[in-house]
Each structure stands twice: as C-alpha cells, then as structure tokens.
Design a protein around this ligand. Structure first.
Ligand code: G3P
Length: 226
C-alpha cells in the first residue's frame, strides 16, 4: 500500500520523507492556502523532497479552463499528478487530458459510480473522501470496499487512493479493503506510529533492566558506539 502525505507543509513532508514512510504527496487548494506562501514555490520544493507522485489541484470550475490549468501543472514536473474535482466539468476535463497522457487524481469522490466513470475515462487515481463521508453517516469505509471490488471486477488499472483520512482507523479500514494508496495528514501518521501501550511496555522492560548490577549491564553492549 502506498502512503502519501496529505499536506503542503514542506517541514512535515521532509520529516516523514526522512523517516522513509511516504511514497508521495497530495495537496489541495485549502492545504496550499494554509501555508500562506507562494504556491509555486511550495511545489518546486516538494518535488525536490519526494521522488513520487505529487498531486496538485486545479482551481477552476469550468472545463476548458481546467484543461488549461491541468496542462500547466503537468508541465511543471514529471511527478505532478493533476487533481480534478468530481463535478460534471471535471469529468469533461478528465476525458480531454488523459488522452494527452496527463496523470489525473480524480478527487472528491463520494460514490462508487463516480469512481467507475473516472476509471473508464482513464484516471490514474480516484480519491474517495472517507472522513467527510462518515461525517454524514454514510459509511466511508464501505465506499472503499465497493470501489476496490468494482475495479477488480473489470480489471481497471485506476488506483484507489483513500483520502480524507481524518483518523488512523480509516487507514486500517482502507488497507483491509485493499486500497492501493492512502493519503494521510501528518497528525494521523503520527497517531499510526505512536502507541502509548508500546511506550508503557518499553518502560516496564527497562525498569527491570535497571535492577541488574552495573557490571552485568555493561557487558552486553561493551564497545558499542553510535
Ligand atoms: O487532500 C484531500 C483530502 O484528503 C481532504 O481531507 O480532512 O479535508 O476531508 P479532509
């Protein structure tokens, strides 16, 4: 399963890239704006930090303009994946840009049928918004299962990119359902790494270890240097 980081913050991206756990990055206009920096500078920095798919979204809502923005984003770097929104104009733009070889992350997917159509049109990724769907009590985890099943049924190459992962449980559900990738905000990545139980268990082991006489402890790691 590919893990993408869902942020436009270059410090967070650097931190998790150094940890070796991220395969790519997804941004959106709101995440970009949160940084209060020049958007193009952020993109130039991200492509240097992570050598993997970097999703950047168009901001127009009109098909012709979306196509123009998609072409421009695609020209910025070979790793850029253009995010198009799942609105009627987005489908129109998708149909045009995939024929030009532009990689598309079709985003804001809320139904399996939207994903089916995006796959038929040749999107590289579809991004179902699990957390936002759960807010309306309609089952974000089930949506991932449905899309994975549909893609398997017909051998679509489009990858399911579980998005809006507002909780680490969603990541587990997406992995169990066979999502090809999940895009995860830094705070949720942190929650996946850190378990209070792991830290408490370690504290317990080391507490007992400390009861061993100094000379017996020293013998185990004699001569070890960092
Ligand atoms: O990048 C898009 C997506 O993951 C949105 O997440 O938390 O704003 O619903 P969220």
């Amino acid at each position: 399963m590919k893990i993408f980081i869902d942020t436009a913050n270059v410090d967070e991206i650097t931190k998790y890239a150094d940890l070796g756990i991220i395969d790519g990055v997804t941004t959106n206009p709101a995440l970009m704006a949160t940084e209060q920096r020049t958007a193009i500078d952020i993109i130039h920095e991200i492509v240097k930090i992570v050598d993997g798919p970097i999703s950047v979204e168009v901001v127009s809502t009109e098909a012709g303009r979306m196509v123009a923005e998609a072409r421009h984003l695609d020209s910025l770097h070979e790793n850029i994946v253009v995010k198009l929104p799942a609105i009627p104009a987005g489908f129109e733009a998708l149909n045009v840009v995939v024929r030009e070889g532009i990689k598309v992350n079709f985003t804001m997917i809320y139904t399996a049928n939207q994903a089916l159509l995006a796959a038929k049109l040749g999107a590289t990724y579809v991004s179902p918004f699990v957390g936002r769907l759960d807010v309306t009590s309609t089952g974000g985890a089930e949506l991932i299962e449905e899309i994975v099943t549909i893609f398997d049924n017909y051998g679509f190459e489009t990858q399911v990119l579980a998005a809006s992962m507002r909780n680490s449980i969603y990541v587990k559900y997406a992995a169990l359902a066979g999502a090809h990738a999940a895009t995860i905000p830094p705070a949720v990545l942190e929650a996946m790494i850190d378990s209070e139980m792991s830290r408490m268990s370690l504290d317990g082991f080391l507490e007992v270890w400390e009861t061993l006489p100094e000379e017996s402890k020293a013998s185990l790691f004699d001569g070890v240097e960092e």
